[in-house]
Write a protein that binds this ligand. Structure first.
Ligand code: SAM
Length: 271
């Protein structure tokens, strides 16, 4: 009888606990939303700016139709037209070695950034909590032996060897995270980086004019709790800098100023 009472009491605690049920767990809710997105995705259903085509999942965000609430991250048309070159020149070539032994991409989705990382990396780990996204990623690079996809729980990085990575990169993923999850990931990234290893993380900034508009637009629907998996995170470069300093990661830039709506931080694991 006493055992039964204890069991019921611990079940009640489990039910009330905000992180123990998957429906209440924000990172899993975000991951679930993107998984549903990947399952339903059809190239022909997206309208993009003239001169752009949607071939792979993710192309639709590069050239969002700005006449239909799209923002294209605040980039002008000329930058949108050469988006891949911009990412390659201004981020990857600038901050990563030309050839890396091992790297990690968090949230590769349909492989928009992965396609730029693969030619530079002997072993590229790609961690995503969405099975459907990983399926599309594998289908895009079917014969590439450098790619190592990892299905995660949306909170934990894969169990890679400590100090094994030349870089950890993430684009268009942390923009949906709230500060706690950003810090949670940064704390896991540090031990995986080699000394001198580089982090490049694109994240939300509510202090840019477009970011602030996005914050206000998302406010009412998400104020009690997040209801939209793609809501904009409540981050800013000042908080990112604080996080990196707290972890003793060397801040190269808390925002390189490349994406008008958001921010991109570059950091290094100290010698
Ligand atoms: C907007 S897509 C961006 C995909 C890709 N990086 C790109 O730029 O095209 C967001 C990606 O992040 C993944 N994701 C969602 N929640 C995540 C989490 N908690 N941890 C890691 N990745 C997550 C999604 O499954 C999806 O693949």
């Amino acid at each position: 009888m006493e055992t039964m009472a204890r069991l019921i009491s611990s079940l009640r605690l489990w039910w009330r606990s905000p992180v123990s049920r998957s429906t209440d767990c924000e990172p899993q809710m975000i991951a679930q939303g993107w998984n549903d997105y990947a399952k339903a995705w059809k190239a022909e259903e997206f309208r993009v700016l003239p001169g752009n085509v949607v071939k792979h999942l993710g192309d639709e965000w590069t050239a969002e139709d700005t006449t239909e609430e799209g923002t294209t991250y605040g980039l002008d048309e000329a930058s949108v037209a050469k988006f891949s070159t911009l990412l390659d020149d201004e981020l990857l070539r600038k901050y990563l070695p030309a050839h890396c032994d091992e790297g990690l991409e968090i949230g590769p989705g349909g492989g928009r950034l992965t396609s730029l990382l693969l030619p530079k990396t002997a072993v590229l780990h790609a961690a995503d909590p969405s099975e459907a996204m990983l399926k599309r990623l594998k289908a895009r690079f079917p014969t590439n032996s450098s790619l190592r996809p990892h299905l995660t729980d949306g909170m934990s990085l894969p169990p890679l060897a400590p100090a094994s990575l030349d870089f950890v990169v993430s684009f268009d993923v942390f923009v949906h995270f709230e500060p706690r999850l950003v810090f949670w990931y940064l704390r896991q990234i540090k031990p995986l980086l080699k000394t001198g290893g580089v982090g490049i993380i694109h994240y939300a900034s509510v202090i840019t004019p477009i970011g602030w508009r996005q914050f206000e637009a998302d406010l009412e629907g998400n104020v009690r709790q997040r209801t939209s998996f793609c809501a904009f995170g409540t981050m800013c470069p000042q908080l990112m800098e604080h996080f990196l300093k707290a972890l003793d990661l060397q801040v190269i830039s808390s925002d390189v100023g490349m994406i008008p709506r958001d921010a991109i931080t570059i950091f290094r694991k100290r010698d």
